[in-house]
Design a protein around this ligand. Structure first.
Ligand SMILES: [Ca+2]
Length: 500
Protein backbone atom coordinates (compact mmCIF):
# COMPACT_ATOMS: atom_id res chain seq x y z
CA UNK A 1 0.00 0.00 0.00
CA UNK A 2 2.69 2.40 1.03
CA UNK A 3 4.87 2.05 -2.02
CA UNK A 4 1.88 1.75 -4.28
CA UNK A 5 0.87 5.31 -3.47
CA UNK A 6 4.07 6.56 -4.97
CA UNK A 7 3.91 4.24 -7.93
CA UNK A 8 0.49 5.64 -8.57
CA UNK A 9 1.86 9.15 -8.53
CA UNK A 10 4.63 8.19 -10.92
CA UNK A 11 2.19 6.62 -13.28
CA UNK A 12 -0.13 9.58 -13.33
CA UNK A 13 0.30 10.55 -16.92
CA UNK A 14 0.34 7.06 -18.42
CA UNK A 15 -2.83 6.16 -16.52
CA UNK A 16 -4.62 9.24 -17.72
CA UNK A 17 -3.64 8.36 -21.25
CA UNK A 18 -4.88 4.84 -20.69
CA UNK A 19 -8.19 6.17 -19.41
CA UNK A 20 -8.55 8.39 -22.41
CA UNK A 21 -7.90 5.42 -24.66
CA UNK A 22 -10.56 3.34 -22.93
CA UNK A 23 -13.18 5.97 -23.55
CA UNK A 24 -13.00 5.47 -27.26
CA UNK A 25 -13.65 1.73 -26.89
CA UNK A 26 -17.11 1.10 -25.58
CA UNK A 27 -16.78 -1.09 -22.47
CA UNK A 28 -18.69 -4.34 -22.38
CA UNK A 29 -21.65 -4.64 -20.09
CA UNK A 30 -19.69 -7.05 -17.92
CA UNK A 31 -16.86 -4.59 -17.47
CA UNK A 32 -19.28 -1.85 -16.58
CA UNK A 33 -21.25 -3.76 -13.99
CA UNK A 34 -18.67 -6.03 -12.42
CA UNK A 35 -15.68 -3.76 -12.01
CA UNK A 36 -16.63 -0.14 -12.30
CA UNK A 37 -13.38 0.91 -10.63
CA UNK A 38 -11.03 -1.43 -12.41
CA UNK A 39 -8.51 1.33 -12.84
CA UNK A 40 -8.06 2.62 -9.31
CA UNK A 41 -8.50 6.34 -8.91
CA UNK A 42 -5.15 8.04 -9.15
CA UNK A 43 -4.60 10.58 -6.42
CA UNK A 44 -2.09 13.39 -6.68
CA UNK A 45 -0.37 14.11 -3.37
CA UNK A 46 -1.10 17.26 -1.44
CA UNK A 47 1.90 19.37 -0.47
CA UNK A 48 2.35 21.27 2.80
CA UNK A 49 5.55 23.30 3.30
CA UNK A 50 6.05 24.72 6.79
CA UNK A 51 8.76 27.36 6.52
CA UNK A 52 10.32 28.78 9.69
CA UNK A 53 12.06 32.16 9.74
CA UNK A 54 15.64 32.42 11.07
CA UNK A 55 15.37 29.03 12.82
CA UNK A 56 18.91 27.79 13.46
CA UNK A 57 20.54 24.40 13.06
CA UNK A 58 20.46 23.84 16.84
CA UNK A 59 17.08 25.38 17.60
CA UNK A 60 14.86 22.26 17.73
CA UNK A 61 15.01 19.09 19.82
CA UNK A 62 15.94 16.64 17.09
CA UNK A 63 18.90 18.88 16.23
CA UNK A 64 20.13 19.05 19.82
CA UNK A 65 18.31 22.04 21.27
CA UNK A 66 18.32 22.25 25.04
CA UNK A 67 15.60 24.07 26.94
CA UNK A 68 13.31 23.96 23.89
CA UNK A 69 11.00 21.02 23.13
CA UNK A 70 9.61 20.51 19.63
CA UNK A 71 7.84 17.11 19.56
CA UNK A 72 5.44 18.02 16.77
CA UNK A 73 8.07 19.40 14.42
CA UNK A 74 10.36 16.48 15.24
CA UNK A 75 7.58 14.00 14.47
CA UNK A 76 7.80 14.98 10.79
CA UNK A 77 11.38 13.73 10.71
CA UNK A 78 10.77 10.70 12.94
CA UNK A 79 7.91 9.55 10.74
CA UNK A 80 9.90 10.34 7.63
CA UNK A 81 13.28 11.76 6.65
CA UNK A 82 15.60 14.08 8.59
CA UNK A 83 18.14 15.99 6.49
CA UNK A 84 21.15 17.14 8.51
CA UNK A 85 22.99 18.67 5.56
CA UNK A 86 20.37 20.91 4.03
CA UNK A 87 21.67 23.89 2.06
CA UNK A 88 19.73 27.12 1.64
CA UNK A 89 21.18 29.17 -1.25
CA UNK A 90 20.85 32.41 0.75
CA UNK A 91 21.49 33.65 4.27
CA UNK A 92 18.59 36.11 4.52
CA UNK A 93 14.83 35.96 3.98
CA UNK A 94 13.82 37.15 0.51
CA UNK A 95 16.39 35.31 -1.64
CA UNK A 96 15.73 32.09 0.27
CA UNK A 97 11.99 32.36 -0.37
CA UNK A 98 12.53 33.15 -4.06
CA UNK A 99 14.70 30.03 -4.39
CA UNK A 100 12.18 27.82 -2.62
CA UNK A 101 9.44 28.94 -5.00
CA UNK A 102 11.53 28.73 -8.20
CA UNK A 103 14.14 26.01 -7.58
CA UNK A 104 16.82 28.46 -8.74
CA UNK A 105 19.73 30.36 -7.24
CA UNK A 106 18.82 33.91 -6.18
CA UNK A 107 21.23 35.33 -8.78
CA UNK A 108 19.23 33.50 -11.46
CA UNK A 109 15.75 34.35 -10.16
CA UNK A 110 16.49 38.04 -9.61
CA UNK A 111 16.11 38.26 -5.80
CA UNK A 112 19.66 38.15 -4.43
CA UNK A 113 19.02 40.81 -1.75
CA UNK A 114 16.51 41.11 1.04
CA UNK A 115 13.54 43.17 -0.08
CA UNK A 116 13.83 46.06 2.34
CA UNK A 117 11.72 49.16 2.49
CA UNK A 118 13.66 52.28 3.34
CA UNK A 119 12.96 55.85 4.24
CA UNK A 120 13.09 57.21 0.72
CA UNK A 121 11.24 54.54 -1.19
CA UNK A 122 9.73 51.10 -0.73
CA UNK A 123 11.63 49.38 -3.49
CA UNK A 124 8.29 49.04 -5.17
CA UNK A 125 9.89 47.72 -8.33
CA UNK A 126 11.97 45.06 -6.56
CA UNK A 127 10.57 41.65 -5.78
CA UNK A 128 9.87 38.26 -7.32
CA UNK A 129 9.81 38.76 -11.07
CA UNK A 130 6.60 37.95 -12.92
CA UNK A 131 8.80 36.16 -15.46
CA UNK A 132 9.83 33.51 -12.93
CA UNK A 133 7.84 30.26 -12.87
CA UNK A 134 6.80 29.46 -9.30
CA UNK A 135 5.68 26.29 -7.55
CA UNK A 136 1.99 27.30 -7.50
CA UNK A 137 2.15 28.31 -11.16
CA UNK A 138 3.62 24.94 -12.09
CA UNK A 139 1.07 23.11 -9.93
CA UNK A 140 -1.90 25.02 -11.32
CA UNK A 141 -1.46 23.23 -14.62
CA UNK A 142 -1.74 19.94 -12.69
CA UNK A 143 -5.02 20.91 -11.11
CA UNK A 144 -3.76 22.13 -7.74
CA UNK A 145 -5.19 24.91 -5.61
CA UNK A 146 -2.52 26.83 -3.72
CA UNK A 147 -2.50 28.85 -0.53
CA UNK A 148 0.24 31.00 1.00
CA UNK A 149 -0.16 32.02 4.62
CA UNK A 150 2.26 34.14 6.61
CA UNK A 151 5.25 36.29 5.81
CA UNK A 152 5.68 36.99 2.10
CA UNK A 153 8.70 39.32 1.83
CA UNK A 154 9.06 39.00 -1.95
CA UNK A 155 7.72 42.38 -2.96
CA UNK A 156 4.14 43.54 -3.19
CA UNK A 157 3.74 45.60 -6.32
CA UNK A 158 4.79 45.29 -9.96
CA UNK A 159 3.74 41.67 -10.28
CA UNK A 160 5.39 40.43 -7.09
CA UNK A 161 2.23 40.04 -5.01
CA UNK A 162 1.43 36.47 -3.88
CA UNK A 163 -1.63 36.38 -6.13
CA UNK A 164 0.57 37.43 -9.07
CA UNK A 165 2.99 34.65 -8.16
CA UNK A 166 0.38 31.98 -8.78
CA UNK A 167 -1.26 31.48 -5.40
CA UNK A 168 -5.04 31.13 -5.50
CA UNK A 169 -5.39 32.33 -1.92
CA UNK A 170 -3.26 34.42 0.40
CA UNK A 171 -3.39 35.57 4.02
CA UNK A 172 -0.59 37.27 5.90
CA UNK A 173 1.90 40.07 6.35
CA UNK A 174 3.72 41.93 3.59
CA UNK A 175 7.15 41.34 5.07
CA UNK A 176 8.78 41.17 8.50
CA UNK A 177 6.52 42.21 11.33
CA UNK A 178 7.05 45.80 12.36
CA UNK A 179 4.73 47.59 14.74
CA UNK A 180 4.71 51.26 13.84
CA UNK A 181 2.22 52.61 16.37
CA UNK A 182 -0.02 55.53 15.60
CA UNK A 183 2.31 58.50 15.52
CA UNK A 184 5.63 57.12 14.53
CA UNK A 185 6.55 59.19 11.50
CA UNK A 186 10.02 57.74 11.42
CA UNK A 187 8.62 54.42 10.35
CA UNK A 188 5.90 55.78 8.11
CA UNK A 189 7.31 53.77 5.22
CA UNK A 190 6.65 50.56 7.15
CA UNK A 191 3.22 51.53 8.40
CA UNK A 192 1.54 48.53 6.84
CA UNK A 193 4.02 46.03 8.21
CA UNK A 194 1.64 45.20 11.04
CA UNK A 195 -1.40 44.89 8.77
CA UNK A 196 -2.88 41.55 7.77
CA UNK A 197 -3.91 41.14 4.16
CA UNK A 198 -6.19 38.66 2.46
CA UNK A 199 -5.06 38.82 -1.11
CA UNK A 200 -4.88 42.52 -1.95
CA UNK A 201 -7.36 43.53 0.73
CA UNK A 202 -6.18 44.81 4.08
CA UNK A 203 -8.28 43.00 6.69
CA UNK A 204 -6.69 44.19 9.95
CA UNK A 205 -4.44 47.05 11.05
CA UNK A 206 -2.12 47.47 14.04
CA UNK A 207 -2.15 43.73 14.62
CA UNK A 208 -0.39 42.38 17.68
CA UNK A 209 2.24 39.85 16.60
CA UNK A 210 1.09 37.65 19.51
CA UNK A 211 -2.16 36.99 17.66
CA UNK A 212 -0.68 36.28 14.26
CA UNK A 213 0.46 32.65 14.44
CA UNK A 214 -2.90 31.39 15.68
CA UNK A 215 -4.69 33.26 12.89
CA UNK A 216 -2.24 31.85 10.34
CA UNK A 217 -2.80 28.32 11.61
CA UNK A 218 -6.59 28.71 11.58
CA UNK A 219 -6.38 29.84 7.94
CA UNK A 220 -4.23 26.88 6.93
CA UNK A 221 -6.56 24.38 8.60
CA UNK A 222 -9.63 26.04 7.11
CA UNK A 223 -8.10 25.77 3.63
CA UNK A 224 -7.16 22.12 4.12
CA UNK A 225 -10.71 21.35 5.25
CA UNK A 226 -12.18 23.13 2.23
CA UNK A 227 -9.76 21.54 -0.20
CA UNK A 228 -9.67 18.08 1.38
CA UNK A 229 -10.66 16.42 -1.89
CA UNK A 230 -7.45 17.91 -3.24
CA UNK A 231 -5.01 18.21 -4.67
CA UNK A 232 -3.73 21.26 -2.77
CA UNK A 233 -0.49 23.08 -2.01
CA UNK A 234 0.03 25.01 1.22
CA UNK A 235 3.03 27.28 1.76
CA UNK A 236 2.94 28.21 5.47
CA UNK A 237 5.61 30.87 6.07
CA UNK A 238 5.91 31.65 9.78
CA UNK A 239 7.22 34.88 11.26
CA UNK A 240 8.66 32.65 13.98
CA UNK A 241 11.43 32.93 15.07
CA UNK A 242 12.47 36.22 13.47
CA UNK A 243 12.64 39.22 15.81
CA UNK A 244 10.65 40.63 17.48
CA UNK A 245 10.04 37.56 19.61
CA UNK A 246 6.47 37.81 20.79
CA UNK A 247 4.84 34.49 21.62
CA UNK A 248 1.17 34.24 22.49
CA UNK A 249 0.59 34.54 26.25
CA UNK A 250 0.02 30.81 26.87
CA UNK A 251 3.48 30.00 25.54
CA UNK A 252 5.36 32.56 27.63
CA UNK A 253 7.68 30.92 30.12
CA UNK A 254 7.23 27.43 28.68
CA UNK A 255 10.84 27.11 27.47
CA UNK A 256 14.15 27.64 29.19
CA UNK A 257 15.31 29.91 26.37
CA UNK A 258 13.22 32.98 27.08
CA UNK A 259 10.76 34.39 24.58
CA UNK A 260 12.88 33.04 21.73
CA UNK A 261 12.29 29.46 22.89
CA UNK A 262 8.67 30.20 23.80
CA UNK A 263 8.14 31.48 20.26
CA UNK A 264 9.49 28.19 18.87
CA UNK A 265 7.12 26.33 21.21
CA UNK A 266 4.26 28.25 19.62
CA UNK A 267 5.41 27.18 16.14
CA UNK A 268 5.64 23.60 17.36
CA UNK A 269 2.09 23.78 18.69
CA UNK A 270 0.91 25.22 15.38
CA UNK A 271 2.69 22.42 13.50
CA UNK A 272 0.90 19.88 15.71
CA UNK A 273 -2.47 21.43 14.81
CA UNK A 274 -1.74 21.22 11.08
CA UNK A 275 -0.56 17.61 11.34
CA UNK A 276 -3.63 16.71 13.40
CA UNK A 277 -5.92 18.27 10.81
CA UNK A 278 -4.35 16.16 8.06
CA UNK A 279 -4.78 13.05 10.21
CA UNK A 280 -8.37 13.89 11.14
CA UNK A 281 -9.28 14.34 7.48
CA UNK A 282 -7.59 11.08 6.50
CA UNK A 283 -5.04 12.90 4.36
CA UNK A 284 -1.81 11.74 6.02
CA UNK A 285 -0.87 9.22 3.36
CA UNK A 286 -1.85 11.57 0.56
CA UNK A 287 0.25 14.50 1.76
CA UNK A 288 3.93 15.35 1.61
CA UNK A 289 4.80 17.55 4.60
CA UNK A 290 8.08 19.47 4.51
CA UNK A 291 9.52 21.46 7.39
CA UNK A 292 12.57 23.72 7.08
CA UNK A 293 13.85 27.25 7.74
CA UNK A 294 14.66 30.11 5.38
CA UNK A 295 18.17 30.72 6.79
CA UNK A 296 20.24 30.14 9.91
CA UNK A 297 19.69 31.75 13.29
CA UNK A 298 20.73 35.25 14.24
CA UNK A 299 22.59 35.89 17.51
CA UNK A 300 19.46 35.21 19.56
CA UNK A 301 19.28 31.64 18.33
CA UNK A 302 21.44 28.55 18.22
CA UNK A 303 23.22 27.19 15.17
CA UNK A 304 24.54 24.18 17.08
CA UNK A 305 27.91 22.92 15.88
CA UNK A 306 27.99 25.41 13.02
CA UNK A 307 29.95 28.65 12.97
CA UNK A 308 28.50 31.95 11.81
CA UNK A 309 24.94 33.26 11.79
CA UNK A 310 22.34 34.62 9.42
CA UNK A 311 23.95 37.25 7.13
CA UNK A 312 27.10 35.14 6.70
CA UNK A 313 28.20 32.54 4.16
CA UNK A 314 29.33 30.32 7.02
CA UNK A 315 27.35 27.09 7.44
CA UNK A 316 25.51 28.77 10.33
CA UNK A 317 23.88 31.08 7.79
CA UNK A 318 23.10 28.51 5.11
CA UNK A 319 22.56 25.11 6.78
CA UNK A 320 19.24 24.54 8.55
CA UNK A 321 17.08 21.68 9.85
CA UNK A 322 14.90 19.97 7.24
CA UNK A 323 12.36 17.14 7.40
CA UNK A 324 10.11 15.34 4.94
CA UNK A 325 7.12 13.15 5.77
CA UNK A 326 4.95 11.18 3.37
CA UNK A 327 3.81 7.91 4.93
CA UNK A 328 3.82 5.10 2.43
CA UNK A 329 6.38 6.71 0.16
CA UNK A 330 9.13 8.07 2.40
CA UNK A 331 10.17 5.33 4.88
CA UNK A 332 10.06 6.44 8.50
CA UNK A 333 13.11 6.87 10.71
CA UNK A 334 15.62 8.04 8.10
CA UNK A 335 18.41 10.27 9.37
CA UNK A 336 20.56 11.53 6.53
CA UNK A 337 23.81 13.40 5.97
CA UNK A 338 23.36 13.52 2.21
CA UNK A 339 23.73 17.11 0.99
CA UNK A 340 20.35 18.38 -0.20
CA UNK A 341 18.99 21.86 -0.86
CA UNK A 342 15.77 23.85 -0.57
CA UNK A 343 16.09 24.32 -4.35
CA UNK A 344 15.42 20.56 -4.69
CA UNK A 345 11.85 20.98 -3.47
CA UNK A 346 10.77 22.40 -6.84
CA UNK A 347 11.86 19.42 -9.01
CA UNK A 348 10.78 16.99 -6.27
CA UNK A 349 7.27 18.39 -6.33
CA UNK A 350 7.25 18.44 -10.12
CA UNK A 351 8.06 14.73 -10.14
CA UNK A 352 5.57 13.52 -7.55
CA UNK A 353 2.70 15.57 -8.96
CA UNK A 354 3.39 14.71 -12.60
CA UNK A 355 3.95 18.41 -13.32
CA UNK A 356 6.04 19.84 -16.09
CA UNK A 357 9.00 21.99 -15.06
CA UNK A 358 9.68 24.99 -17.29
CA UNK A 359 12.01 23.88 -20.08
CA UNK A 360 13.27 27.33 -21.06
CA UNK A 361 15.48 27.95 -18.02
CA UNK A 362 17.93 26.30 -15.68
CA UNK A 363 16.46 24.76 -12.54
CA UNK A 364 19.30 24.42 -10.01
CA UNK A 365 17.47 21.99 -7.73
CA UNK A 366 17.51 18.24 -8.30
CA UNK A 367 14.79 15.64 -7.92
CA UNK A 368 15.56 13.99 -4.58
CA UNK A 369 12.75 11.45 -4.39
CA UNK A 370 15.27 8.59 -4.62
CA UNK A 371 17.17 9.94 -1.62
CA UNK A 372 13.98 10.51 0.37
CA UNK A 373 12.83 6.96 -0.34
CA UNK A 374 16.14 5.65 0.97
CA UNK A 375 17.23 4.25 -2.38
CA UNK A 376 20.11 6.66 -2.97
CA UNK A 377 22.62 8.24 -0.61
CA UNK A 378 24.80 10.22 -2.99
CA UNK A 379 24.17 13.96 -3.11
CA UNK A 380 22.86 15.20 -6.45
CA UNK A 381 24.89 18.38 -5.93
CA UNK A 382 28.50 18.30 -7.07
CA UNK A 383 28.98 22.04 -6.48
CA UNK A 384 27.13 24.57 -4.32
CA UNK A 385 27.55 28.35 -4.53
CA UNK A 386 27.28 30.67 -1.51
CA UNK A 387 26.41 34.27 -2.28
CA UNK A 388 26.10 37.10 0.21
CA UNK A 389 23.74 39.36 -1.67
CA UNK A 390 25.39 39.51 -5.09
CA UNK A 391 28.86 38.68 -3.79
CA UNK A 392 30.17 35.18 -4.56
CA UNK A 393 31.84 34.27 -1.27
CA UNK A 394 32.13 30.51 -1.01
CA UNK A 395 31.88 27.30 -3.00
CA UNK A 396 31.36 23.81 -1.67
CA UNK A 397 32.33 20.55 -3.38
CA UNK A 398 31.61 17.52 -1.22
CA UNK A 399 33.49 17.90 2.04
CA UNK A 400 35.57 20.86 0.81
CA UNK A 401 34.43 24.43 1.20
CA UNK A 402 36.36 27.33 -0.23
CA UNK A 403 35.93 30.88 1.05
CA UNK A 404 36.97 33.51 -1.48
CA UNK A 405 38.80 36.76 -0.68
CA UNK A 406 36.44 39.70 -0.10
CA UNK A 407 36.31 43.26 1.18
CA UNK A 408 33.74 45.21 3.18
CA UNK A 409 32.92 47.11 -0.01
CA UNK A 410 31.79 43.81 -1.60
CA UNK A 411 29.24 43.21 1.14
CA UNK A 412 25.50 43.71 1.08
CA UNK A 413 24.14 46.41 3.36
CA UNK A 414 23.54 44.04 6.27
CA UNK A 415 27.24 43.39 6.67
CA UNK A 416 28.42 46.99 6.70
CA UNK A 417 28.30 47.44 10.44
CA UNK A 418 28.14 45.36 13.56
CA UNK A 419 24.62 44.06 12.98
CA UNK A 420 25.82 41.59 10.39
CA UNK A 421 27.60 38.37 11.06
CA UNK A 422 31.01 40.07 11.13
CA UNK A 423 32.66 36.74 10.60
CA UNK A 424 35.06 36.53 7.68
CA UNK A 425 33.68 39.82 6.34
CA UNK A 426 37.14 40.71 5.04
CA UNK A 427 39.49 38.06 3.68
CA UNK A 428 42.72 38.88 1.90
CA UNK A 429 43.33 35.31 0.78
CA UNK A 430 41.19 32.23 0.22
CA UNK A 431 40.42 29.84 3.07
CA UNK A 432 39.69 26.14 2.74
CA UNK A 433 37.77 23.99 5.21
CA UNK A 434 37.15 20.27 5.40
CA UNK A 435 33.52 20.19 6.49
CA UNK A 436 33.70 16.45 7.23
CA UNK A 437 36.14 17.00 10.09
CA UNK A 438 35.65 20.72 10.67
CA UNK A 439 31.96 21.45 10.17
CA UNK A 440 32.41 24.62 12.22
CA UNK A 441 34.85 26.09 9.62
CA UNK A 442 37.47 26.95 12.22
CA UNK A 443 40.66 25.43 10.82
CA UNK A 444 41.82 26.86 7.51
CA UNK A 445 43.78 24.23 5.56
CA UNK A 446 44.33 26.22 2.34
CA UNK A 447 48.13 26.05 2.74
CA UNK A 448 48.05 22.26 3.11
CA UNK A 449 46.00 21.48 -0.01
CA UNK A 450 47.00 23.74 -2.91
CA UNK A 451 45.70 21.15 -5.40
CA UNK A 452 42.24 21.20 -3.80
CA UNK A 453 42.32 24.99 -3.88
CA UNK A 454 43.21 24.92 -7.57
CA UNK A 455 40.39 22.43 -8.30
CA UNK A 456 37.90 25.23 -7.57
CA UNK A 457 39.16 27.50 -10.35
CA UNK A 458 36.69 26.22 -12.93
CA UNK A 459 33.80 26.55 -10.50
CA UNK A 460 34.72 30.13 -9.65
CA UNK A 461 34.92 30.93 -13.34
CA UNK A 462 31.53 29.32 -14.04
CA UNK A 463 29.82 31.12 -11.16
CA UNK A 464 31.17 34.53 -12.11
CA UNK A 465 30.48 34.14 -15.81
CA UNK A 466 27.02 32.61 -15.51
CA UNK A 467 25.54 33.59 -12.13
CA UNK A 468 27.54 36.81 -11.74
CA UNK A 469 29.37 38.47 -8.87
CA UNK A 470 29.22 41.78 -7.04
CA UNK A 471 30.81 43.67 -9.93
CA UNK A 472 30.09 41.21 -12.75
CA UNK A 473 26.78 40.55 -14.46
CA UNK A 474 26.37 36.86 -15.23
CA UNK A 475 25.13 35.51 -18.57
CA UNK A 476 22.18 33.84 -16.77
CA UNK A 477 21.67 36.42 -14.06
CA UNK A 478 18.39 38.25 -13.62
CA UNK A 479 19.62 41.66 -12.54
CA UNK A 480 17.54 43.43 -9.86
CA UNK A 481 16.20 46.80 -11.00
CA UNK A 482 18.35 48.84 -8.63
CA UNK A 483 21.34 51.03 -9.26
CA UNK A 484 23.44 49.38 -6.59
CA UNK A 485 21.60 46.39 -5.13
CA UNK A 486 24.15 45.73 -2.41
CA UNK A 487 23.66 49.21 -0.95
CA UNK A 488 19.92 49.64 -1.27
CA UNK A 489 19.55 50.74 2.28
CA UNK A 490 22.31 53.01 3.45
CA UNK A 491 19.92 54.85 5.77
CA UNK A 492 19.21 51.58 7.56
CA UNK A 493 22.90 50.80 7.86
CA UNK A 494 23.68 54.19 9.31
CA UNK A 495 20.94 54.15 11.90
CA UNK A 496 20.55 50.57 13.02
CA UNK A 497 22.73 49.50 15.88
CA UNK A 498 20.85 46.64 17.48
CA UNK A 499 21.89 43.08 16.73
CA UNK A 500 18.37 42.22 15.68
CA1 LIG B 1 14.90 34.77 7.64
Amino acid sequence: MKVINFVKASLLLPLFVLNAGCESNAPTAEQNSAKPNQVEKVKKPNIVIIFADDLGYGDISSFGAEGIRTPNIDSIGKEGFISRDFFIPANVCSPSRASLLTGRYPMRNGVPLAVHANKKHRNANYGLSADEVTLPEMLKASGYRSLVVGKWHLGWEQGSHPLDAGFDEHFGLISNYHHTGKNNARYEYMKDFDSLYRGREKVAENVDLRQVTKRYTDEVIDFIEREKDGPFFVYFAHNIVHAPHRPRAEFEGTSEKGKYGDFIHEMDYSTGRVLAALERLGLEEDTLVIFTSDNGANYSGDNGILNGVKYTTMEGGHRVPAMFKWPGVIPAGQDSNTTLSSMDIFPLIADITGSQMPADRVIDGKNIIGVLRGEETESPHKVLYYYNGTNLQAIRKGKWKLHLPRTVADQPFWNENEIGGRIYVELDKPMLFNLATDTGERHDVADKYPEILASFNQDIKYAREVLGDVNVIGSDQRVPPMKNPQKINRWWVKNKTSKN
